[in-house]
Design a protein around this ligand. Structure first.
Ligand code: 3PG
Length: 342
């Protein structure tokens, strides 16, 4: 094809006397047009193979090339891998100004997942890079893990002692987005009474789904035996789960965190748990003080070794393929529906 355009441009010179410099520009222009777009999947925590196969199919069907960088161990590897790619699919991988500087051809980065706090949105905008997420695609997986952690907590971390049941307990869902709604749906099957607080979600949405809305985070924590966190990490929420809020929870309370570790005021959580020997903390995002917490709170603290909420084949397929399709739809049709740096 390039040869065709070059020949075309060269022949045009005889007809229209195109100068040599212009001829080169035409050649470069058409070469760019026919060059395969490169899509990089950069995942420190890889997708299931079946999801990568699905992503490859979408990318190759569009006539693009798929490049994989899995389980990378240094930022340098990421900087090198992004150098010539047009599109990037990531998970919790950090895309900061340095990565964007190194990605000279990058047009779009898609976070295959919900939270996009790992992308420097201002830097993406400054680099003319569209940033997107894939909302809802991994919500069921995260919600199932949240319920799994609740069962684990009330059964005393499966240590052989007599525990309690979820049935009849009051569950507080902190933020009623895609994951929160799935938690509510599953928790109903356990026979829990469900409450939710979300400043941005209309109360009718909750009521229609059999959930009792409460007016504040304080009310949610005062009311519920178990609170499941689903707030994003933003400047407003960082460190917001603190002693003042946790102190409101009743005896035997449990906090389940499948959201972000940044939303927890870790020092205050530790102080609180030292005071309240009845309180349990179950998290899918290992705290900085994991070792200390394991020692101090044996039997009432659990952290997964690596964030596992979205680590299912189904969630990987849903989020990974959605990301690939959004890239193709953006590059082919300019669709920016899921753009988060508008
Ligand atoms: C998300 O924001 O989608 C979840 O936290 C999952 O993150 P992960 O893709 O890194 O597992």
């Amino acid at each position: 094809m390039c040869v065709f355009f070059y020949t075309f441009a060269a022949n045009m010179e005889h007809v229209y006397h195109i100068p040599e410099q212009k001829e080169k520009e035409i050649f470069v222009y058409y070469t760019t047009l026919v060059k395969k777009m490169k899509v990089l999947v950069a995942t420190e925590k890889p997708f299931a193979k079946v999801a990568v196969d699905g992503i490859r199919q979408v990318v190759e069907q569009a006539g693009y090339e798929l490049v994989l960088l899995e389980k990378y161990t240094s930022k340098q590897q990421l900087l090198e891998a992004v150098a010539d790619v047009d599109a990037l699919i990531i998970r919790s991988d950090n895309v900061d100004a340095e990565v964007l500087d190194a990605a000279k051809n990058l047009k779009i980065v898609v976070r295959a997942g919900a939270g996009y706090d790992n992308i420097d949105l201002a830097a993406a905008t400054a680099h003319n890079v569209v940033a997107m997420n894939t909302p809802g695609q991994n919500s069921n997986a995260v919600a199932e893990l949240a319920l799994g952690l609740m069962v684990m907590a009330v059964r005393n971390l499966y240590n052989g002692t007599s525990g309690t049941e979820l049935m009849g307990k009051k569950l507080g869902i902190h933020a009623y987005g895609n994951v929160g709604r799935n938690v509510a749906r599953i928790a109903k099957g356990f026979g829990m009474s469900i409450y939710a607080y979300d400043a941005y979600c209309p109360a009718e949405v909750m009521v229609n789904e059999g959930v009792t809305p409460v007016a504040s985070a304080e009310e949610l924590y005062s009311t519920c035996d178990i609170v499941s966190l689903h707030i994003p990490a933003t400047p407003e929420t960082k460190g917001s789960i603190n002693n003042a809020l946790l102190s409101r929870m009743p005896q035997g309370a449990v906090l389940v965190n499948t959201a972000r570790k940044e939303v927890i005021n870790e020092d205050e959580l530790i102080q609180f748990m030292q005071m309240r020997k009845d309180f349990k903390y179950m998290t899918d995002i290992m705290p900085a003080a994991d070792q200390k917490m394991q020692e101090l709170f044996e039997g009432r603290y659990f952290a997964t070794p690596k964030k596992m909420g979205a680590q299912t084949a189904e969630a990987n397929i849903n989020a990974g393929i959605a990301a690939a399709k959004q890239i193709v739809d953006y590059l082919e049709n300019g669709n920016t529906k899921f753009q988060v740096n508008k």
